[in-house]
Design a protein around this ligand. Structure first.
Ligand code: BG6
Ligand code: MG
Length: 218
């Protein structure tokens, strides 16, 4: 086994589902009379379902009952589930399979570290679940990103020291969580947003096989 561990976020890193979370949150916010911008959406990426709704309500200066809160969370997830119902391999982001296969061929431990409670179902839909040695998702943690819990749990499961782990993340909260966990953080997205990462690439298409090989040999 290689001594470098690789931890992948799911939404917006492995699959193109960030757009569906965005649509569902925007519809929910707008239904409450709250505007929802792209900048606000960046602040929700990687953040748990509960924390996301708390943030939206605070942006709109709204207080609601616990019952209403729970029913909004349920509705948001139902809408999201409708978007991903027919999801298949075509929603895997470009060059993710190339990178996963390089890591598998190099005998590197691979984990998922996602805030989503839908993570396992999505990995099954896109036929990638077998590529992972360990999965830590929103059902397994009590503290949401930017807390490092999801990544430190993933490192424990693959039995790799945190400072020997590499994290791929598309969210500000996730990059912060990876850094707090003392891991190498690789941002997938825009460098002006993910500037706290150690490296930023627009997508896996920009990550050379050489770069991955070097990470594996460190
Ligand atoms: C993260 C997404 O991966 O999971 C967030 O970036 C989402 O947008 C969070 O809110 C929780 O996901 P879910 O599927 O449990 O609502
Ligand atoms: Mg993400």
């Amino acid at each position: 086994m290689n001594t470098t561990g690789f931890i992948f976020d799911l939404d917006g890193v492995i699959v193109d589902t960030a757009k569906y979370h965005f649509l569902a949150w925007k519809n929910l916010a707008n239904s409450l009379g709250i505007d929802f911008s792209n900048e606000q959406n960046e602040q929700l990426k990687g953040v748990s379902r509960i924390r996301s709704l708390e943030k939206i309500l605070s942006w709109g200066n709204k207080t609601i009952s616990q019952e209403k809160f729970d029913s909004l969370l349920h509705e948001k997830n139902e809408e999201y589930l409708r978007y991903i119902e027919n999801m298949d391999e075509s929603e895997i982001l470009p060059d993710v399979p190339r990178v996963l296969n390089l890591l598998l061929n190099g005998n590197s431990p691979i984990a998922l570290g996602s805030a989503s409670k839908n993570a396992r179902a999505i990995l099954k839909k896109v036929n990638l679940i077998d590529k992972f040695d360990a999965i830590v998702d929103g059902n397994d943690v009590t503290k949401a990103k930017p807390d490092p819990e999801v990544f430190t749990n993933a490192a424990e499961k693959i039995k790799i020291m945190p400072n020997q782990c590499v994290v791929f993340e598309d969210s500000v909260a996730g990059i912060q969580a990876a850094k707090k966990a003392n891991m190498l953080a690789i941002g997938i997205g825009e460098s002006n947003i993910l500037y706290e990462a150690d490296y930023v690439f627009k997508s896996f298409e920009e990550i050379s096989s050489d770069f991955i090989n070097k990470l594996m040999s460190n």
